[in-house]
Design a binder for this molecule. Structure first.
Ligand code: TXE
Length: 480
């Protein structure tokens, strides 16, 4: 069986303890590869390698650093079909999605930050005659990047690329649930001539490898994307060590549909924003609020469209939804559907596990599920489910929907559908979320600040925000 290896000091190596974990293929429910069950010893090794690589990587002319990163982007592009296939096998998502979204975005992340760093600048503050302050933005040193399973290579590279571009050396951990494309990226880095030790990828469990990254005294900053509880654990350990922290956590995003919207556009985009990637995107709009005057019309048309979605094995070119990522996750989502029923919800469509034929009978498939009739305050409407489940709730006024939208502990993203310009601006200002889409969803410009407020996180990624996070600003004051 194929063994995934750690990438430490430029070499692909086994974990020191020679322990391995099973890696499941969600489409079939079968184990198809093994991943290192690494621990603090491997993190120590990786951190030593990163420290040794730092002096030359951080002082390398920016143009040269950029060239190596552009080469990585080119190789991701060249190997797109292979990477997309690997991502789809590892995660269960439709191959078409991995081919058009995940891997192109991983390439773009490297390309974007490789070129972005060339344009990165800092401030000067002239004070009075003959005194000037200027800000140096220096790389931090060794930084840790920990990423989740829903958009594996996409989110892994979203952290690594700015960290490297800014001149840091990295110790990174992909999710143990979806390690394969990070492993393939290590081979790409070797081929691209990334100097040894600059990027180290250590595989294994969060409580061991992730924790070892969090508490290692020489890892000075942590960039994490994942669950809110895990974010809290990391913060509780890293904050007393005064590490810089960037936390991108969960969401429970509202999708608000006013009666004056472009109905067709709101409808078709809401199908995507509800169920893309099996609903496993932190930006998915899982709470759909619909103005009462169009509630029935929208519900009927929406449910009609959802019933036509095809749940199938990931390589089926017609698959709209593939498998969810793991058995425990499938069970978690099913338990929330049960909870919704207990809380008085009516399942308008879906609600069940799907059993495909042949080699896919044990895969983790779920029907896209639409539920109505729930209080906005109930657990189903307050807790992150992170699967193909949405709720529909009517509203009467702008004030009422704002109150319902903002009632959750999360504040990541929101979508608003209206043709009324003033209302669009009002909603944009009043919704408690780091990202507000008006008459669109998931339109991403990589320069914009990305992240959430409230329990959805701390700090922002994207563009110069990420480069600022991965550098230490130092004020130099000179009296001439
Ligand atoms: O995430 P975890 P899980 C949400 C979603 C999901 C829930 C749990 O609701 O159902 O989180 O998912 C590493 N110290 N999101 O369990 O555990 C872990 O190995 C350091 C939202 O998969 O947070 C993995 O690499 N690291 C989300 C990463 O953290 C630790 C995407 C994320 O795993 C650790 C995914 C520890 N103690 C899940 N424990 C989003 N916002 O996009 C785990 N890890």
């Amino acid at each position: 069986m194929q063994k995934i290896l750690n990438y430490i000091n430029g070499e692909l190596i086994t974990p020191k303890n020679n322990q391995w974990l099973d890696n499941y293929q969600p489409a079939t429910g079968e184990v198809y590869s093994l991943i290192p069950d690494s621990d603090a010893d491997d993190i120590a090794l990786a951190t030593e390698a990163a420290k040794a690589a730092f002096p030359s990587w951080s002082t390398m002319p920016v143009g040269e650093r950029s060239k190596i990163m552009l080469r990585i982007a080119e190789l991701i592009e060249e190997k797109l079909p292979e990477l997309a296939k690997a991502e789809s096998i590892d995660n269960g998502k439709p191959l078409s999605l991995a081919t058009t979204v995940d891997i192109p975005r991983a390439r773009d992340n490297f390309h974007f930050f490789a070129t972005g760093i060339i344009h990165f600048a800092s401030e000067a503050h002239p004070m009075e005659d003959k005194v000037v302050n200027y800000t140096l933005r220096q790389p931090i040193g060794v930084v840790g990047c920990i990423s989740p399973w829903n958009l594996p290579l996409y989110l892994f590279t979203w952290k690594i690329a700015p960290a490297l571009a800014a001149g840091n050396c990295v110790v990174a951990k992909p999710s143990e649930v979806t390690p394969m494309t990070a492993f393939l990226l290590s081979k790409i880095c070797q081929e691209a001539g990334l100097p040894k030790g600059v990027l180290n990828i250590v595989h294994g469990l969060g409580q061991k490898v992730g924790d070892a990254i969090t508490v290692h005294k020489d890892i000075k900053a942590i960039s994490f994307t994942g669950g809110t509880k895990t974010g809290a654990t990391i913060a509780s350990k890293a904050a007393p060590m005064f590490k810089k922290l960037s936390l991108e956590l969960g969401g429970k995003n509202p999708n608000i549909i006013f009666a004056d919207c472009d109905f067709e556009d709101a409808l078709t985009t809401s199908v995507r924003s509800s169920f893309a990637n099996q609903g496993q995107i932190c930006l998915c709009g899982s709470r759909i609020f619909i103005e009462r005057s169009i509630y029935t019309q929208f519900c009927d048309a929406f449910v009609e469209k959802i019933k036509q979605l095809k749940v199938s094995f990931p390589t089926d070119p017609d698959a709209n939804l593939g498998a969810v990522v793991s058995k425990p996750h499938l069970e978690k989502v099913l338990s929330y559907i049960q909870l919704a029923k207990e809380e008085g919800g009516t399942v308008l469509c879906g609600g069940n596990q799907v059993h495909l034929d042949g080699e896919y009978t044990n895969g983790y498939y779920l029907e896209p599920t639409v539920i109505e009739g729930l209080e906005y305050t109930c657990r189903t409407n307050q807790e992150e489910i992170f699967g193909p489940v949405v709720t529909l709730t009517p509203f009467d006024t702008e004030e009422e929907v704002l109150q319902m939208a903002n009632s959750v502990e999360y504040g990541l993203a929101a979508t608003v559908w209206t043709e009324n310009l003033k209302r669009a601006h009002r909603m944009g200002q009043k919704i408690e979320a780091g990202i507000v889409w008006i008459n669109c969803w998931l339109l991403r410009d990589l320069r914009t600040p990305f992240g959430g407020m409230k329990n959805s996180g701390v700090g922002r990624e994207g563009g110069f925000e990420a480069l600022k996070f991965f550098t230490e600003p130092k004020n130099v004051c000179i009296k001439l």
